[in-house]
Write a protein that binds this ligand. Sequence first.
Ligand code: TYD
Length: 141
Amino acid sequence: MALKDQYKILEFKDLGDERGNLVVIEGEGMDIPFDIKRVFYIYGSDSEVVRGQHANRETEFLMVNVGGTSKVRVDNGSEEEIIELNRPGMGLYLSTMIWKDMYDFSPDSILLVLASRHYDGTEYIRDYEEYLKEVQREGKM
Ligand code: TYD
């Protein structure tokens, strides 16, 4: 599958007014394709840290830098792309089986992640060689 079909950059409406900004993300096909089962956020990572470095067999994600900026490198085993998350209204949707690295965190970066599944360590692939093997196997099916 082409990488461009495995991730999507989304823009969420800002319902803010003179009192400030308000961005809403609704699940189940409203603003993002999945039902939100889990939320986590990453902050306080130094600029030289690389996080992620895994792919998920089952989980889809939506990432938003609600504060600060970071970069996400997505890789499907044959193509890669780097996306800078730099606005609270910008979301990066990731389908399953994408290898991702998050890095270049600004000191004020707060990376909010919405996930389609509860945490299950067994659906994470943390070894890149194993990831490539599984991608190749999928491609042959
Ligand atoms: P890790 O997957 O390394 O984080 P990142 O994707 O940000 O690099 O997760 C760090 C630890 O936290 C690891 O031991 C797994 C655990 N964890 C959970 O228990 N639940 C979760 O939802 C997440 C994302 C991680």
